[in-house]
Design a protein around this ligand. Structure first.
Ligand SMILES: [Zn+2]
Length: 275
């Protein structure tokens, strides 16, 4: 869907709200307090109420948009801008093409969406892992930037035929250390340090639960080249702090590269529910 069509189709708050409602309704199968499965939608607080115990579930409070005062229209716009193209846009580019007036708002929303993508990727790829090495000495220097990591980890789940294996690219142990150091240095300068936290990467304890298993060299090369291009092409000065988020956005789009649905809707349909 091109931008013009997007902005025409989703010009009202209600049209955007309906998308979120449609997908979260399927996730909210029963009341977490009393187990009742009859929940009714209420327009007064944009959420569901349990017909038995009256517990309220506001749509935002059970989603990654929790604590945000931005409208569904704002969220849906940023999700669209991130998901509509195969290409990855920097936060600055998304801010420029969006209708938002504050950079900080876009910054926060992009980080939140990437963090959620990371959670989806992790669930969908937790089976095997293998390291991917970037040998900076061997390769032509032109292709590398200071920000190209030395190692990454790819976690993946095998599928029938292997063509649609789901992956998650995540920082290695040394990458996590670098991130923690970078965060310590400048956490006071960043408004949302939690969204950049090393907890968003794969923890060593989580990695230990997976089985190490190499992938075909052809596939590994393809992923390596894509990452090099991604870092060099889009993010001339990609910071350590944003690397995991960018890798999660890339992994999510990679996992659904054959999907026919709008990627934005796909993202909402896969997003987690927080009860
Ligand atoms: Zn209930």
């Amino acid at each position: 869907m091109n931008h013009q069509k997007f902005y025409t189709t989703y010009s009202s708050e209600d049209s955007c709200l309906q998308i979120f409602k449609h997908h979260y309704e399927k996730k909210l199968t029963h009341c977490s307090k009393c187990g009742n499965n009859k929940l009714t939608w209420s327009n007064s607080f944009h959420g569901w109420r349990c017909s038995k115990c009256s517990k309220k579930y506001s749509l935002k409070s059970i989603s990654f948009m929790k604590d945000s005062n931005k409208s569904f229209k704002d969220w849906w716009e940023i999700i669209h801008l991130i998901c509509h193209s195969k290409k990855s846009y920097s936060i600055n580019e998304i801010y420029r093409i969006s209708q938002q007036t504050r950079y900080e708002t876009v910054y926060h929303m992009v980080l939140k969406i990437r963090q959620e993508m990371g959670k989806i990727n992790q669930i969908e790829s937790s089976q095997y892992y293998t390291p991917i090495r970037f040998d900076k000495r061997k390769q032509s220097r032109q292709n590398y930037t200071r920000m190209t990591p030395y190692h990454l980890i790819v976690t993946y789940k095998k599928t029938k035929g292997r063509k649609q294996d789901k992956i998650r690219l995540t920082l290695s142990k040394s990458g996590r250390k670098k991130l923690i150091l970078a965060l310590k240095k400048c956490s006071s300068n960043y408004p949302f340090p939690k969204l950049l936290h090393a907890n968003n990467t794969l923890k060593t304890t989580e990695l230990k639960c997976l089985e190490k298993c190499p992938i075909l060299p052809k596939w590994e090369n393809k992923l390596r080249n894509n990452i090099i291009k991604l870092i060099k092409g889009t993010y001339h000065q990609l910071q350590t702090l944003h690397l995991q988020g960018v890798l999660d956005e890339y992994s999510f789009k990679y996992n659904y590269r054959y999907a026919l649905n709008t990627k934005g809707e796909l993202f909402i349909s896969k997003a987690l529910i927080y009860l």
